[in-house]
Write a new protein. Structure first.
Length: 87
């Protein structure tokens, strides 16, 4: 089994900070924690998911913007079509 010492863990954390940025770190580690929790529950054979009201959030996407109909197109005769009609 691999044993990680302090400098190695610090190096991994710095790399994660560089990749994801400081603003995304709470979200990244929250997702990582949920994944580890689900893995442990699956490994123990726990058939019920362990979700609580504080960890689950129901976010609904904003309503879609109404779609405007395409503008009416008017057909105009080109110069070659006009020449055929006159000639």
């Amino acid at each position: 089994m691999m044993n990680f010492s302090g400098p190695e863990i610090l190096l991994v954390l710095v790399i994660v900070l560089i990749i994801f940025g400081a603003g995304k770190l709470p979200q990244v580690f929250s997702s990582l924690g949920k994944g580890v929790r689900e893995f442990r529950d699956a490994a123990e054979g726990d058939p019920t998911p362990t979700t609580t009201a504080s960890t689950t959030s129901t976010t609904t996407p904003p309503p879609a913007a109404p779609v405007a109909p395409p503008p009416a197109t008017t057909t105009t005769a080109t110069s070659t079509e006009e020449a055929r009609r006159q000639g």
